[in-house]
Design a binder for this molecule. Structure first.
Ligand code: G6P
Length: 611
């Protein structure tokens, strides 16, 4: 949802800003721009509609020299993608330039007031009010102007600001949208996310809500909302740039699919001591666990689908009523929070506005809250505190379509379900041991599942013209089908829907006919026969069936499938972790076969920090 960058130091700013924007372009990519304070002391502005290459081409023709600058890659919220609406935005004189990620909710009333005071707006964006407002409030000190502006702005923002009257400083501020400051001797950086800084520094400061950062060549200062200087020790990022680069793969999505064995290992191992009943990593103790009466998982998109799978595992192993709720619905439905209810927010980025709001709503109504996040220091992680955050150690996920984060979210929820089950005395120690041992061996099995890639590539080259694809399954296979359908529509733009296999006959079967493609996931032992009868109904209507199934079911499923994709055997509860791989590869291969921009699908953004 828009990416912002900033640089101050002894090097030329434009190339550094462009490199940062390139790494943030997963956040939005409908237009981009930079503003640099030039040698003449004026702000040079360059903006281009469309992908970052357009801005790069513009800069190659008509560059802007200077050592202080800010940049932005946009995902339009207010106003269509255009050169005028692209950031940075400036005040009328062009003395102040602003980049913004988030939404200024009271922009219309501020705009009216500013217009009454003579401001003339050129764009349709909410952001432009910030530039005019800062100009209006400026009395010789940008820090004070920014603090005053922050008391007037409603909504969410991460802001980067430069000003010709203070040409050796970059200011930044945040409320609700992510912002990281990179620290290095003689240089300073700002960015919406760590990968944009990593080629320059691994020492970062996560700005807190309502704080201001002041970057100059002599260092970084952070102030609270009252303008008091704050003390900060930079956080040292452990992972390096390689983790955020394509490393020989054609796309980030493919690379991240292949990183799943490693991600699964990193998520499991630090929490597994081998000692039975050792759940020291769990934020809640046995007493509280025994008292739990309900668990609600709130999340959006792919993370919600991980929650749906997690719900099955929790109910099955821990016998606690569990619900997965779409965060954007949950936050407004006036949820009934009972005593001893645990609400878990699941989010890769830890920044999703709806998930954050649902979490706050649950907290406000008295729930015990926890989070499952991938990004350390993210807003959601901070909201519940590190002690209540279970991190998925998937490493940076760059492709817009989530893969390895999803897998580790499901894995962590399964680990949670095992822990809760054993702590509540619902899960025999022997079964817990068996599940742990299978989780321990999971990375090797995932490697085997990755071998399905060639078969899927071949299949996709034949099927990529399909206009509709249906995904069906029962139980955990249904949870997985929901994610498979989302993945396919996200990256290949093929209309795809998931149905509980047993629901087909209650309506969707009307859509099945010759030429339709149905992808069935058949991994849940107790439900195989039921799903197979549904597949017979599908085939009787002339549709063709691709079945993702476990090795041991090969003979049983083969007669009902036109194409069989085999994955290794495991406990039913681990099957989604394996079956998701061919489903992700299917979406990926279909998208590639259709010539789609896999890593940056149209209209999407990886991190959605608006409602
Ligand atoms: C966006 C992304 C999805 C993601 C969802 C939730 O819609 O495009 O891939 O699943 O946000 O993101 P989160 O960071 O909260 O997991």
């Amino acid at each position: 949802m828009c990416g912002i960058v900033g640089y101050i130091g002894h090097r030329e700013a434009s190339p550094i800003l462009m490199e940062g924007l390139e790494r943030l372009s997963y956040r939005g990519y409908d237009s981009a721009g930079v503003a640099v304070i030039g040698r003449d002391g004026k702000i040079g502005l360059r903006k281009a509609k469309g992908r970052l290459e357009n801005l790069q081409a513009l800069l190659s023709e008509d560059g802007v020299q200077g050592r202080v600058g800010i940049g932005h890659t946009r995902w339009a919220t207010h106003g269509e993608p255009s050169n005028l609406n692209a950031h940075p935005h400036t005040d009328m004189k062009g003395d102040i330039a602003v980049v913004h990620n988030g939404i200024i909710e009271n922009h219309l009333s501020l705009r009216r007031q500013l217009e009454m005071n003579g401001a003339q707006f050129v764009s349709q964006t909410d952001t432009e009010v910030v530039a005019h407002l800062l100009n209006f409030l400026y009395e010789g000190d940008m820090k004070t102007a920014l603090l005053k502006a922050m008391s007037m702005l409603e909504g969410s923002y991460a802001l980067g600001v430069i000003c010709t009257r203070e040409p050796h400083v970059i200011y930044c501020a945040r409320l609700g949208s992510p912002l990281v400051i990179g620290c290095k001797e003689g240089e300073g950086f700002i960015a919406s996310d760590i990968p944009a800084l990593l080629s320059h520094t691994r020492d970062v400061i996560f700005l807190k809500d309502k704080e201001i950062g002041e970057l100059s060549r002599s260092g970084v200062k952070v102030y609270d909302v009252f303008g008091n200087l704050q003390h900060y020790e930079p956080y040292h990022v452990e992972w390096d740039l390689n983790s955020a680069e394509k490393g020989g793969y054609a796309h980030y999505m493919l690379k991240e699919i292949h990183e799943q064995p490693e991600a699964a290992k990193k998520t499991f191992e630090p929490r597994y001591s081998g000692v039975p009943g050792d759940y020291g990593w769990l934020p809640i103790g046995p007493e509280e666990v025994r008292r739990l009466r309900k668990i609600t998982i709130v999340a959006c998109g792919t993370a919600y689908h991980a929650g749906v799978a997690g719900r099955y595992a929790i109910e099955k192993l821990a016998r606690i009523p569990a619900e997965a709720a779409i965060a954007s619905e949950y936050r407004y439905r006036e949820p009934v929070i009972g005593p001893e209810e645990l609400v878990i927010a699941v989010s890769q980025s830890g920044e999703t506005a709806d998930t954050l709001a649902a979490l706050r709503e649950a907290k406000r109504r008295g729930a015990r809250v926890m989070a499952i996040c991938n990004v350390v220091g993210s807003t959601i992680a901070r909201e519940v505190g590190d002690a209540n955050t279970l991190y998925t150690y998937a490493g940076p996920e760059i492709a817009v379509a989530s893969t390895k984060a999803y897998m580790t979210q499901m894995e962590l929820l399964l680990m949670l379900a095992i822990a809760l089950g054993e702590m509540r005395g619902e899960l025999p120690a022997e079964r817990a041991r068996e599940l742990h041992s299978q989780l321990h061996g999971l990375p090797a099995e995932l490697e085997k599942a990755l071998l399905t890639e060639q078969q899927l590539q071949r299949f996709a080259s034949l099927a990529s013209h399909k206009k509709h694809v249906f995904f069906v399954g029962r139980g955990l296979d249904y949870a997985l089908s929901m994610e498979a359908a989302l993945k396919l529509k996200e990256v290949s733009y093929i209309f795809s829907e998931a149905y509980a296999a047993g629901e087909l006959k209650h309506g969707p079967i009307a859509l099945l006919q010759e030429g339709r493609l149905v992808v069935a996931t058949v991994t849940q032992s107790a439900l195989v026969d039921k799903t197979l009868s549904n597949l017979r109904e599908v085939k009787a209507r002339g549709a063709s069936v691709v079945a993702i199934c476990r090795e041991s079911l090969r003979d049983k499923v083969q007669p009902e499938a036109d194409e069989l994709i085999l994955i290794p055997d495991a406990d039913d509860l681990l099957m989604p972790l394996l079956a998701v791989i061919p489903l992700q590869l299917f979406a990926y291969c279909m998208a590639v076969a259709r010539g789609c921009d896999v890593d940056k699908p149209r209209n999407l953004a990886k991190s959605v920090t608006v409602e």
